[in-house]
Design a protein around this ligand. Structure first.
Ligand code: GLA
Length: 381
């Protein structure tokens, strides 16, 4: 895509590519300070950013043919009326400024190929691409983790989604051919090679648009917090569900309201599944990785209740297929994509079968993406 800036003279210019992400396993664990296992993918947003000596900031969304202009000396607050996409970007600038980093005027044009609302983190790519670009252009000297955290704060404040760190972390820390396990409490991370030659990572997009800003995501967070509060009566030292083992939870299942217990059970066991998946990856046991993915889906469907009929349908369609090692819904839920681990030669036939079955049931075809694991945010040469 040709991205052009509206002005003619810029003090500096930069092109940045910011990827979306997949998550192999570890869903709704990040804001519980647990483990996640994401990777950056070959779908992303490209920015062209130019700095100038004035105070104007102009944002051009090339795909939408929309613009938004604001003044860096008077950044609109979260309550201001602005296009939905602009909230992520204005939020980043506001958060950088609030943290004491001086950003001047700039023009930024962007566009990309991450399907919006599909659980592939187009919002994190937006935030992280601009954050990284401004860091480079204005010499802010922030490391990638600090940029991810600024982007996360922007999402909390401007669109008002109390997300965890996974998406912003993955967009900034991805490495080609590797998945990365993040410990969301210590922020330590470790890479694991993930070969997509023999088994492909295939996404089926329900095209049911989720709305994370919808209340359900924030409700889950609150339910987890309630679980921690109630469990603290028995274990005063715990600070998050990360500190709760499956045994500790089982011992007090009867002391929690049923729904709170179910939410906590998902998180506690999902953390264990991430660690088991990493062990399986290290041992080259992709079949075990796949079983953990199915188990993760079941838990998200029945215990955390963030799936939807279309996602469950897509996962059920592949359960008995010997060429599919694992499948699950991915991201916040309530729509978006399933992630499938599929034997390479079987992909074309599977795609045909799923597209036909989904169309027969829902009257529209899902979109299919075969993704590759790529580097995180960086400049475009
Ligand atoms: C969204 C959020 C992430 C994470 C996932 C669920 O993608 O942005 O922080 O909580 O949902 O795992």
């Amino acid at each position: 895509m040709e991205l052009s800036l509206s002005g003619t003279t810029y003090t500096q210019e930069l092109q940045v590519r910011a990827p979306g992400r997949i998550n192999i396993i570890g869903e709704h664990t990040d804001y519980n300070l647990g483990y996640v296992l994401p990777a950056a993918i070959d779908k992303g947003i490209t920015f062209r950013i130019g700095t100038h000596s004035g105070t104007r900031c102009r944002l051009d969304a090339a795909n939408l043919d929309q613009s938004y202009v604001f003044d860096i000396a008077d950044i609109p607050g979260p309550e201001a009326d602005m296009p939905g996409w602009a909230r992520y970007l204005v939020g980043v600038v506001a958060e950088l400024q609030a943290a004491g980093h001086t950003v001047g005027g700039f023009d930024a044009a962007f566009g990309g190929d991450i399907p919006i609302g599909s659980g592939l983190s187009s919002s994190a790519a937006l935030e992280c691409g601009l954050a990284w670009g401004l860091d480079q252009l204005y010499g802010l000297g922030l490391d990638r983790m600090a940029l991810a955290q600024a982007a996360q704060r922007a999402e909390h404040t401007y669109p008002g989604v109390k997300c965890g760190l996974m998406d912003q972390f993955a967009s900034l820390h991805g490495q080609a051919g590797q998945v990365v396990r993040l410990d969301c409490r210590s922020l330590d991370f470790a890479y694991f090679p993930f070969d997509t030659e023999t088994y492909r990572l295939v996404l089926f997009n329900t095209k049911v648009e989720h709305s994370l800003a919808g209340s359900e995501y924030n409700t889950r967070r609150l339910q987890c917090e309630e679980g921690v509060l109630r469990l603290q009566a028995f274990f005063p030292d715990i600070a998050s569900l990360r500190d709760v083992s499956p045994d500790m939870l089982a011992a007090h299942a009867g002391d929690l309201p049923e729904i709170i217990y179910q939410r906590c059970a998902h998180v506690v066991h999902e953390n264990a599944r991430v660690l088991a998946t990493c062990d399986a990856l290290a041992a080259g046991n992709l079949a075990a990785v796949g079983s953990h993915m199915f188990a993760s889906h079941d838990s998200l469907q029945h215990q955390y209740e963030v799936s939807c009929e279309e996602l469950d349908f897509l996962v059920d369609q592949v359960r008995e297929d010997p060429a599919v090692l694992g499948a699950r819904m991915m991201g916040g839920g309530f729509g978006g994509c399933t992630l499938n681990l599929v034997q390479r030669e079987a992909v074309p036939a599977l795609q045909k079968r799923i597209e036909a079955a989904y169309s027969a049931r829902y009257g529209r075809a899902p979109e299919t993406y075969i993704v590759r694991i790529m580097d995180g945010v960086g400049d475009v040469q």
